[in-house]
Design a protein around this ligand. Sequence first.
Ligand code: APR
Ligand code: PHB
Length: 392
Amino acid sequence: MRKTIDTTVAILGAGPSGLMLSQLLHHAGIDSTIIERSSREHVLSRIRAGVLERGTVEAMHEAGCATRLEAERINHNGVILSFDGTRIDIPIKAITGHHVTVYGQTEITRDLLEACEDRGQPIYWNSPDAALGKLSSDHPIVAFTAKDGTPIELHARFIAGCDGFHGVSRRSIPTNEIVEFEREYPFGWMGVLVDEPPIADHVVYANHADGFALASMRSAQRSRYYVQSSPGESVDDWPMPRFWSEFKKRLGPLGESVIEGEPIEASIAPLRSYVTQNMQHGRLFLAGDAAHIVPPTGAKGLNLAIADVRRLARAIAAWNGGDEKPLTQYATQALARVWKIERFSWYLTTLMHQFSEHSSFEKQMQRAEFDYIASSEAAQTMIAENYVGLDF
Ligand code: APR
Ligand code: PHB
């Protein structure tokens, strides 16, 4: 028998976007129901980046989920760029007055999920068949099958598409209405997680003639390292001796302090920039990776997702109080910020990687840009204010 459930906001996806939205709505006195395609274990096991903007930290406080974050966070006052072994230390805190926070985004998901579960938030796991309907009416619906086989129809006032790049929400918008922008980069990132201390007090982005390398961290004892990989390569193409030798070489002198640990995780991720202009379709609102993807350079993916849902939660709270205007402005205002973050992620990606299609002229342009950053406070300010997070 089909079961009908009323909810104010039907949220597709229990990633950081969906969980944060549910938590912020709860604090505004608004109920929601989450439907997730995968299992709880799968959602908690995904390895993500590890740098939080101040706006994300603020959102964790607003969500009432900042206890562990406050206990374990590491504050970084700067970031290091390296080019063929020459480094620039950008003093983020001195320039902007703010620091960035190192705290695993996987931990953010766990903190949000535990807070949701502690207050009994309805979450339907292992439900991959959600279908969205009546999006243009005031009472949209989501039909899906619960894990125990019960068919459920959610009757909502809004649907929040927080179901990532491969989710069903964006695909529920008529294709002839979708406007999208995309750039695929001709390389990937091969990443490893090791239980060894980080090589520096700050995150290091390195451009070397043989490719990009990134040294990041999760804690004083756990490091996250990446190298640029070629298209089509898999983890098997990167046995650890090859990884360590490339990684250390690309970091220049900083590479000398690398301790070669046993990897506790290794994976390759592609790099892509993607934006859909359609962040709203009737009563469906898209947020996070469902609406846009940034390449990982700069660690903006989660931060951008959190900025979206913060805006959406406030707009739905305003609607609840009788003011519909913020909801009508959601897509336009969110998108304006999305494009700025897309620009910075693309800029840092373009500056720091080796592109097979680049001519010697473009290589010189990278070098000139780097020299300019080294000598210009204005250029460093641009990087620092984007890295720490643009105003929300
Ligand atoms: N129905 C329900 N859930 C779905 C469906 C579907 N049809 N399709 C996908 N999902 C779920 C996924 O299983 C996933 O758990 O939606 C969730 C989306 O989560 P993310 O992909 O993490 O997207 P988001 O929550 O927007 O997080 C954004 O965090 O760490 C960063 O790189 C990450 O940029 C990403 C960001
Ligand atoms: C990470 O810690 O995994 C990380 C840090 C900075 C980035 C990307 C990833 O720009």
